[in-house]
Design a protein around this ligand. Structure first.
Ligand code: AMP
Ligand code: ZN
Length: 138
């Protein structure tokens, strides 16, 4: 299904031009217009899924396989020294375009980017409570 109001549907399906690194019948990989680094790209499914929760299992598997393939090729061709795969899921997590996409961010020495989080202190009891909350306690 496509969403007629969705810009990534239009880009993924070629109705709006983009700088495309890869395309097949299910995906298009485009360069991000606000890149974190040289080669920052986005994997877009051609079908509209707003987020990870909506993504079919089969498509989720294909996204990860494609991410690996792209990471290998981009590392060879751009000469990056590391890679971040990022998927912002939900507004609170930083998602701004509500058509599922995976960020492929090549990393270079001194690229000035810092992608991460602030580690918090945690006790064994707190970790155990999380396991219990998840429902995985023995
Ligand atoms: P997110 O915040 O994870 O939803 O990421 C959205 C990303 O899409 C951002 O990195 C934007 O720079 C990028 N973006 C938004 N519009 C376009 C566009 N028309 N073409 C390419 N990238 C875009
Ligand atoms: Zn869409």
């Amino acid at each position: 299904m496509k969403d007629t109001n969705c810009i990534f549907c239009k880009i993924a399906n070629g109705e709006i031009p983009s700088k495309t690194l890869y395309e097949d019948d299910k995906f298009r990989v485009i360069l991000d217009l606000g890149p974190a680094s040289k080669g920052h790209a986005l994997i877009l499914p051609k079908e509209h899924y707003a987020n990870l929760y909506e993504l079919p299992d089969e498509t989720a598997g294909e996204v990860m396989k494609l991410a690996k393939k792209m990471a290998v090729q981009m590392t060879e061709r751009f000469g990056c020294e590391g890679f971040n795969l990022v998927q912002n899921n939900g507004e609170l997590a930083g998602q701004t375009v509500f058509h599922f996409h995976m960020h492929l961010i090549p990393r270079y020495k001194d690229d000035g980017q810092k992608i991460g989080w602030k580690p918090q202190e945690v006790t064994q009891e707190e970790l155990e409570a999380v396991v219990k909350c998840f429902g995985a306690e023995e």
